[in-house]
Design a binder for this molecule. Structure first.
Ligand SMILES: NC(=O)c1ccc[n+]([C@@H]2O[C@H](COP(=O)([O-])OP(=O)(O)OC[C@H]3O[C@@H](n4cnc5c(N)ncnc54)[C@H](O)[C@@H]3O)[C@@H](O)[C@H]2O)c1
Length: 259
């Protein structure tokens, strides 16, 4: 018997990386998954792999209409909604003095407003006693030069999630935040092409390594399950101890490429 048997989960950004690993893990645990993403091919691959355990819908988390449709689709397809993972996100690089305002707004819109929209529409439809998980980042608590918009958005996600935990607590819905450290996904492939960044990351992590997406999914599985029944408004670092160190010096690493 799986620990999520009979549960229905909605996951944003489900077509790749951490979102895909959580989809895979939840289905292995017995849940059905409503997967949203902007990547058509990635969604088709989920359907091919998981069949009737998954339903997919094109959904840009910055669109309130599309997120509302994703939530409706989960209920139409599977009957109810018990678990929500607000996962979609991406970073950008640029020092504050150089960062175009449009780029700042794009990242805040995707990483912070997208989570707000997901909490708004999925929160109102989640069954009493359900579990909502937001994916923040080590950068919610550890600043990085060149990542102002991402760091500010992820710190915002942590606080937004605590507010949601307070507002939804009356319905016994738990809201928790996972803060991954460095995970090998499409989003970080650029970093993995610069060895000095990866070396700094692994030096700063007490476990001296980076993570695979399945290790984040394992924590998301626990938080979604009844085993985490007394956890809400928690900020769960899954960073191999990276929060004890400091973030890699990205400007220096990029400058070293040009010398
Ligand atoms: N990989 C890491 O090291 C790491 C560390 C900390 C936090 N995170 C966070 O984990 C989450 C997942 O990142 P990942 O590493 O798996 O990245 P990824 O690029 O592998 O996957 C992100 C997915 O989100 C989708 N997406 C992008 N914009 C979207 C939008 N507007 N609406 C809906 N879907 C959208 C992409 O198509 C992709 O499928 C993000 O919130 C990211 O900030 C990642």
């Amino acid at each position: 018997m799986g620990k999520l048997d009979g549960k229905v989960a909605l996951i944003t950004g489900a077509a790749s990386g951490i979102g895909r690993a959580i989809t895979e893990r939840y289905i292995a645990d017995g849940a059905c998954v409503m997967a949203g993403d902007i990547d058509v091919a990635g969604l088709a691959a989920l359907e091919a792999q998981f069949g009737s355990s998954v339903a997919t819908l094109l959904c840009d988390v910055t669109s309130e209409t599309e997120v509302a449709a994703l939530c409706e689709c989960a209920i139409e397809r599977f009957g109810h909604l018990d678990i929500v993972v607000a996962n979609a996100g991406a970073g950008t690089y640029g020092l504050i003095t150089d960062l175009p305002l449009d780029e700042w707004r794009r990242i805040i819109d995707l990483c912070l407003t997208g989570v707000f929209i997901t909490l708004k529409h999925a929160g109102s439809r989640t069954s009493d006693g359900g579990s909502i998980i937001t994916i923040a980042s080590l950068n919610a608590i550890q600043p990085s030069q060149g990542m102002s918009a991402y760091c500010a958005a992820k710190a915002g996600v942590a606080m937004l999630s605590q507010v949601a935990a307070m507002e939804l607590g009356g319905r016994k819905i738990r809201v928790n935040t996972i803060a991954p450290g460095l995970v090998e996904t499409n989003a970080t492939s650029g970093m993995f092409s610069i060895p000095i960044i990866i070396e700094e990351f692994t030096e700063n992590a007490t476990l001296s390594r980076f993570a695979q997406a399945s290790e984040i999914a394992a924590v998301a599985s626990f938080l979604a399950s009844d085993e985490a029944s007394f956890m809400s408004a928690s900020f769960v670092s899954v960073d191999g101890g990276g929060n004890t160190g400091r973030y890699p010096n990205l400007p220096q690493a990029f400058a070293s490429l040009n010398t």
